[in-house]
Design a protein around this ligand. Sequence first.
Ligand SMILES: Nc1nc2c(ncn2[C@@H]2O[C@H](COP(=O)(O)OP(=O)(O)OP(=O)(O)O)[C@@H](O)[C@H]2O)c(=O)[nH]1
Ligand SMILES: [Mg+2]
Length: 297
Amino acid sequence: MKSGFICIAGLPNAGKSTLINTLVGEKVAIVSWRPQTTRNNILGILNLNDAQLVFVDTPGFHKSKNTLGEYMNKTVSASVKDADCMIYVIDAAKGLSEADSEFLESYLGKIPTVIALNKQDSVTRETLFKALESLNKFDFVTDIVPISAKKKEGVDVLLEIVKKIVPEGEKLFPDDMYTDRTLRFMAQEIIREKGLYLLDKEIPYGLGVEINEFKQRDDKNIVDVSADIIVEKQSHKAIVIGKGGSMLKQIATNARLDLEELIGSKVFLTLYVKVKPEWRNSEYLMRELGYDLKEVK
Ligand SMILES: Nc1nc2c(ncn2[C@@H]2O[C@H](COP(=O)(O)OP(=O)(O)OP(=O)(O)O)[C@@H](O)[C@H]2O)c(=O)[nH]1
Ligand SMILES: [Mg+2]
């Protein structure tokens, strides 16, 4: 039996969360076309006959402008430190950037590293080839695998490679567990995901979600969920609510459909919007929204 932690790192929007969902075969992390979607480490567990692979999705590292950004970057280094192996994801269309090189070099030789050149479906063969060529200089990298996380191409090859790297060991988690995150956390993320899709401009970066109630009714197969969508400005609150409440209603409907699928029962979802100025710079308010600052210290 083999078992181990495989950290998935890379720049924002490279496709890390899409990849962990594909690897695990379940939606453990939300995905959007916006950079900086993921804010926490999220485990996705894959059970095979002869191995338990525990993948860790991380936030895309970036130049942080606030406490939340610092938290996100620290989260990445904390999870690389604890992992047996790293899958470093690069968007093939963007190719190798300076930030990628800096990151890879800072971990040079410290951890077995496999590069996943993602989104191969979106580029020509020439572009893919050029990107592959630029990666050859990293001779400490175990392998470079072109993949499409979205179209599930090349992912089996990637799996075989990391399976070889992780050490012999007993299972770390029960067989029926595919993530360390609770349904409550997933509900929070799903609501934020719907907001990311429907809202524009600077609002998505300042969106937070706080679950106030998550409760199964005693007699029926119904779960009541009530949550606050947190924004940083009064003007943003009006946009999230929308004309006659239309935007909030749309976010709630989209989130409810996903939640019902996730939980497997009927969901009554009530959403409110609250303004918490500068919450991304307040450790106190971040903690209220469930960001565990101790976890990454
Ligand atoms: N064409 C194509 N698009 C992809 C692929 N993988 C991911 N994407 C898209 O890329 C965007 C970003 O994907 P995410 O999985 O959220 O990226 P991420 O690296 O987790 O981003 P952060 O959480 O912000 O760091 C989404 O619009 C995905 O649908 C792929 O293989 N091909
Ligand atoms: Mg992500």
